[in-house]
Design a protein around this ligand. Sequence first.
Ligand code: 5GP
Length: 114
Amino acid sequence: MSDTIFGKIANGEISADIVYEDENLVAFRDLHPQAPTHILVIPRKPIPTLNAVQPEDAELIGKLFLAAAKIAEQEGIARSGYRTLINCNAAAGQTVYHLHLHILGGRQMQWPPG
Ligand code: 5GP
């Protein structure tokens, strides 16, 4: 299950513009940014969708959000504001089946999202 594009980025097989990494997570810039700052945070563990998250992943998911806040600070968008989101399955527009948290910032976001 680690052979998605994001699994390959996590293990270094494919290059990406990495902004943060540790033993559990990797964060890198989206190839097709939808905002001036668009970063994806992924667990190294290849969880395909939010639906597949298990109780034992609770700490890992918490770390994903803690890293997002730290990255937002690092990117200078923490005060102005930013959006985090996880697309789950086709109707939400998920295209890569390795769980990822989007961080979008640097412009005014709209609501409701498309
Ligand atoms: P999803 O639609 O699954 O929530 O988001 C997948 C995101 O991954 C998209 O925003 C897309 O632009 C990005 N993406 C797809 N392939 C690559 C890649 O090879 N490298 C990087 N950095 N981003 C990618």
